[in-house]
Design a protein around this ligand. Structure first.
Ligand SMILES: *[C@@H]1O[C@H](CO)[C@@H](O)[C@H](O)[C@H]1NC(C)=O
Ligand SMILES: *[C@@H]1O[C@H](CO)[C@@H](O)[C@H](O)[C@H]1NC(C)=O
Ligand SMILES: *[C@@H]1O[C@H](CO)[C@@H](O)[C@H](O)[C@H]1NC(C)=O
Ligand SMILES: *[C@@H]1O[C@H](CO)[C@@H](O)[C@H](O)[C@H]1NC(C)=O
Ligand SMILES: *[C@@H]1O[C@H](CO)[C@@H](O)[C@H](O)[C@H]1NC(C)=O
Ligand SMILES: *[C@@H]1O[C@H](CO)[C@@H](O)[C@H](O)[C@H]1NC(C)=O
Length: 413
């Protein structure tokens, strides 16, 4: 790819400076040099190169949740050097912060952005460094965060800067790169509270959507099942109460309830996953303690969707809870407060494919947004895995797609 890129660079140069020579060259590669669908959102060769190196630099700065300051400093400096005003928005009492950047001109006028383009700079553990691999003529970027979400971060920066440069006015657009998305949205929640008096006309959120505009994503409800029984010698089980037995019964009951949970045409079935169970101390001890973490992905968007699902679960488990109590065990269902129904998203941008996604995002953590778009490069299927990667072509396409969304949000007068 590097060879092709420099060849293309030479070619463009020769088109500009030495027309007669270029004629014979361009006839052999005209489909590469001049794309018939080229628009003013197409990246130049220099912009592509900058995108690839920015992506590499971002991936090579480890930024596991709660340890993002180095990456936030890098992004701040990068944007300041491009001339943007950078507001370092504190997150709780931690030393980490969100990067909120917008044109210095807006800052000078005391005007805040009315549209946000936003993604997150934190990643899940562990760190895998950046690696460039070429396969069958396509160049891929490997490493932690290449997809989730440093692909979106790099492409948003390149696309936004290109967009600002293309305009004679100063669009009220702000770039927001938050921390803590992977640990419950601490960064976005801090920003929402910081900007609590501001309503944004629109926001473009960046998560891997395979280059499609997401029409919606699933809602979320987390549940902890917490059982406390009574320990005893395993040879005398009648002297104890097994917490694991009640917990196991509850998990089987939840899985049998799953097909009855509400579904929707857009997002399909509501699903659940008992992803972590803990309990007991040894095979020859009746277990006193057992608990499980369950994640429920809600496909309905109605305001009462969370309540409906919660009530169905509570009802399904109620005979088991009652039986546990009768045996002097305690059985608590602890529903997390940070639950939300499925957000339905805006898709009114021409030229982009549309599809729903099933995972959760920061979108519900920023309620003061009217129009909400979710778009990003790469696939969630490799996010959070050691095989996280995307191609350079996907990066370029995503940057160009953000350009289209921005143009549709700021039509030129
Ligand atoms: C700061 O945050 C830590 C960790 O969340 C917490 O334990 C501590 O109480 C907080 N301190 C203040 C002053 O809020
Ligand atoms: C390599 O690319 C060629 C041309 O695009 C394609 O026909 C072939 O199937 C590809 N091979 C692999 C292993 O992906
Ligand atoms: C937000 O609005 C409230 C009530 O109008 C006001 O008291 C507060 O100072 C405002 N906060 C900011 C940061 O502007
Ligand atoms: C869950 O069970 C483990 C193992 O018995 C125990 O260490 C932990 O404190 C329990 N957690 C809760 C929230 O009950
Ligand atoms: C539960 O505890 C009460 C009070 O200690 C006791 O009377 C009862 O027999 C216990 N029930 C069982 C099933 O162990
Ligand atoms: C939910 O919020 C309430 C009220 O703030 C609080 O008492 C409760 O502990 C919270 N529940 C969980 C699971 O965090």
């Amino acid at each position: 790819m590097a060879v092709i890129a420099s060849l293309l660079g030479c070619l463009l140069l020769s088109v500009a400076t030495a027309a007669p020579q270029a004629a014979s060259l361009s006839s052999s590669v005209s489909s590469v040099a001049v794309s018939p669908s080229a628009t003013d959102t197409s990246l130049t060769t220099a912009e592509r190169a900058e995108l690839f190196s920015l992506h590499e630099e971002l991936v090579n700065i480890p930024s596991i949740s709660n340890d993002e300051v180095k990456c936030a400093d890098f992004v701040s400096k990068y944007l300041e050097e491009l001339g943007y005003y950078v507001d370092k928005v504190p997150v709780g009492n931690t030393s980490t912060y969100n990067v909120f950047a917008y044109p210095q001109g807006l800052k000078d006028e005391g005007v805040l952005p009315e549209v946000l383009i936003t993604s997150h700079i934190d990643t899940v553990p562990p760190f895998y460094p950046f690696e460039r691999r070429e396969k069958n003529g396509t160049v891929y970027h490997y490493g932690r965060g290449t997809v989730d979400a440093k692909g979106p971060v790099a492409t948003m920066i390149i696309a936004s800067h290109k967009f600002f440069q293309s305009r004679s006015d100063t669009p009220r657009l702000g770039m927001l790169f938050v921390v803590g998305e992977e640990i419950g949205g601490t960064g976005m929640k801090a920003f929402a509270s910081y900007a609590k008096n501001t309503t944004f006309r629109a926001a473009i959120f960046g998560e891997p959507t395979e280059g499609k505009l997401a029409s919606g994503h699933k809602g979320s409800l987390s549940l902890t099942l917490d059982v406390k029984g009574k320990a005893a010698h395993s040879a005398y089980p009648w002297l104890g109460v097994s917490a694991i037995n009640y917990l196991a019964e509850a998990i089987v009951a939840l899985n049998s309830l799953q097909p009855a949970l509400p579904s929707s045409k857009l997002l399909g079935p509501t699903t659940l996953n008992a992803g972590l169970i803990r309990g007991g101390v040894a095979g020859n001890v009746v277990p006193e303690i057992a608990n499980a973490s369950v994640s429920i992905r809600i496909s309905r968007s109605e305001d009462d969707a969370v309540t409906v699902v919660r009530d169905m679960i509570t009802g399904m488990l109620s005979p088991i809870v009652t039986a546990a109590k009768a045996a002097n065990a305690t059985f608590n269902l602890i529903f997390a407060n940070s639950s939300y129904p499925a957000p339905i998203l805006d898709t009114d941008v021409e030229g982009l494919e549309v599809a729903p996604v099933f995972y959760g995002t920061d979108i519900p953590s920023l309620p003061q947004v009217k129009k909400r778009y979710l778009f990003g490069t790469g696939t969630i299927e490799v996010a959070h895995t050691p095989n996280e990667q995307l191609s350079q072509d996907e990066l370029v396409q995503a940057a160009e797609a953000y350009g289209l969304i921005l143009k549709s949000l700021f039509p030129e007068s």
